[in-house]
Design a binder for this molecule. Structure first.
Ligand code: MRU
Length: 361
């Protein structure tokens, strides 16, 4: 009899050559139902990203890379300038789906640069450019696995067997291709029998912590406990948390970090209780062109996510004002280290992040 598939056996994002489609798990249905959907048009990709069917900075980047390859492969021309003009239109459209996670524009820019190098600088034919874009999109996907594993290895040096770890939102496998970023040290520790005790903030309003992080960790046999967002001080005051690991959507050049709304509150509470906060960030999330957190564009999302979604009945009065920023910025002073695939950056971040980016290039 075939073994029943675990959520960890599914690809978060993949490309199906036969269907000529980007395949994702519809994360809005989790944990109740594991439904794979095929994205075949630009509109479908845009909607899937905007509606958080696929979410988490690295997964959004990979979806965009596979998506722009799929769309550009259908452009019918042999003239590179015409191909490029069409490519840019689609790239800009996909890029407008969500503003905060820099991985989206990073992946699209990398794909465009690849096309320009091949088509404009090297004079390759449009057919050859398309083949090169195919390989580059798959490479971006594969690299994400390696990057997350490296983050896991560095992150694991920061904790001890049996430690309590608190995480916010979902920076797990479902937000990447494999391992996750903030969860990578947890999964690697699990392989080594570290027996971490993880607290997953439920993460209002969209419950990525309760629905996704708790689901994937629990399915992997990790000791995980869901807590409401206002309980972090309680567990920290009891000495149950030795480290906070979170992901991020954009790291500014000075180390200020945008991540899911509520992360900065966790970091402030952690500072009070002397618990180190580690931000796990692939270098694709580091934006050296944004000097500080003040310049990071924070997405605001519909009021219904706060008042209605996930409730059987509406839980706030009709017509009431709602403020729903999807992310907040954690001040670099609250961060003990930024864990990248090239090592751990420490304060002063302007210098350490620059060195990490130099190592990369
Ligand atoms: O709105 P979401 O669910 O896309 O927000 C996701 C997060 O805030 C994650 O922590 C971040 O993207 C890092 S994922 C490795």
């Amino acid at each position: 009899m075939e073994k029943q598939k675990n959520i960890m056996d599914f690809d978060t994002v993949a490309f199906d050559e036969e269907q000529d489609a980007v395949i994702i798990i519809d994360q809005t249905k989790l944990p109740g139902k594991t439904e794979l959907i095929a994205l075949k048009t630009a509109q479908e990709i845009w909607d899937a990203i905007y509606l958080l069917k696929v979410r988490g900075a690295p997964a959004i980047g990979v979806t965009a890379a596979l998506g722009i390859y799929m769309l550009s492969n259908r452009i019918e021309t042999e003239d590179f300038a015409t191909f490029h003009a069409e490519f840019v239109k689609m790239k800009e459209y996909l890029d407008s789906s969500r503003p905060t996670a820099v991985n989206l524009s990073w992946a699209l820019k990398r794909m465009e640069n690849t096309a320009l190098r091949a088509g404009r600088e090297e004079g390759k034919s449009v057919a050859e450019v398309k083949e090169i874009l195919h390989k580059e999109a798959l490479r971006i996907r594969e690299e994400d696995i390696e990057v997350c594993r490296k983050i896991g290895e560095y992150g694991l040096t920061l904790v001890k067997p049996g430690d309590g770890i608190l995480t916010h939102c979902n920076a797990g496998q479902l937000a990447t291709v494999k391992y996750g970023t903030a969860t990578a040290p947890i999964y690697l520790g699990q392989e080594k029998g570290y027996h971490f005790k993880v607290f997953a903030d439920e993460t209002r309003p969209l419950l990525q912590g309760a629905r996704l992080t708790a689901y994937e960790l629990h399915s992997s046999g990790v000791d995980v406990t869901v807590i409401c967002d206002n309980m972090s001080a309680n567990v920290m005051s009891k000495g149950l948390v030795q480290a906070v690991f979170v992901g991020c959507d954009r790291v500014a050049a000075n180390g200020d970090t945008a991540n899911k709304i509520g992360t900065s509150v966790v970091a402030m509470v952690a500072k009070y209780y002397g618990v180190p906060v580690y931000v796990c960030a692939p270098t694709s999330t580091i934006d050296m062109a944004t000097p500080t957190g003040k310049e990071i564009h924070i997405e605001e999302r519909p009021a219904e996510e706060v008042t209605e979604m996930w409730y059987k009945e509406r839980m706030a009065p009709e017509g009431v004002k709602v403020y729903n920023p999807a992310f907040d910025v954690t001040d670099n002073e609250l961060i003990a280290g930024i864990v990248t695939e090239y090592g751990i950056a420490r304060a002063p971040y302007t210098e350490s992040l620059r060195k990490i980016m130099e190592k990369k290039s």
